[in-house]
Design a protein around this ligand. Sequence first.
Ligand SMILES: C[S@@+](CC[C@H](N)C(=O)[O-])C[C@H]1O[C@@H](n2cnc3c(N)ncnc32)[C@H](O)[C@@H]1O
Length: 242
Amino acid sequence: VRELLAHEALERSSVVANSAMNRERGLSGVNSYAKELGFEPLELLRSRLEAGRPAAWLDLCCGRGRALIQAAQALDRGGLADRVLLHGVDLVPMFDPVPAGLPSLRLEAASLFVWSAPQRYDLITCIHGLHYLGDKLELLRRALSWLEPDGCFAASFDLRSLRGADGASLDREVGRRLRAAGVRIDTRRRLVTADGPCAPELPYRYLGADAAAGPNYTGQAAVDSYYELLPVSMGSSIANRS
Ligand SMILES: C[S@@+](CC[C@H](N)C(=O)[O-])C[C@H]1O[C@@H](n2cnc3c(N)ncnc32)[C@H](O)[C@@H]1O
């Protein structure tokens, strides 16, 4: 019998509270955000700033916050640190030391089950974070609503970690619903991206998380998330939540 965990128990589980997971990705290079994303986040921020616009980057499950710290340093060196916000959120406050004089940087320890964005962002990333969350679809839905109108969203996401109550994979039907809302799914990179906010119709009730699902494509133990499809009328009221 599969034991499905609620949020608090999941966060205490050895899979999530694992100090050995890779929280070390930097901005570019071998072990980096640029490698996972297929683009340089710094270039995206720079192009906005050079066009005289503000640039706010929210990194969900930011780990040590290394990529954000490096971005803050690079923008500061280039005299572009005004009008910038680099905001990281992670359950575990294992952040790298923050050098003095980087007011654009905000690293916050919080559970994404309860955290809510205080503003909209131009770039929202979640690199290898959704693997450890319980209600992945709810975080995805909320994060997509936190984008500026021309903002960019990118998250590592293995849709095979979504399961119905009978254990069958929901990857195809959730994939269809996400694509219908304009979300792109790169199955090779296992990356979902979106340009601008969108509200996919995801009429599912979260049932709980399986922290004993075993390794996913990364080779690391990850969490499967269980859902049941809601009847049409309930689904539409859930999809309309703000
Ligand atoms: C594999 S690490 C990736 C860290 C970073 N994105 C990187 O690529 O270096 C996954 C991160 O997700 C965080 N995490 C797991 N569950 C979370 C939750 N409920 N709320 C916030 N962060 C969470 C973990 O603490 C961990 O730092």
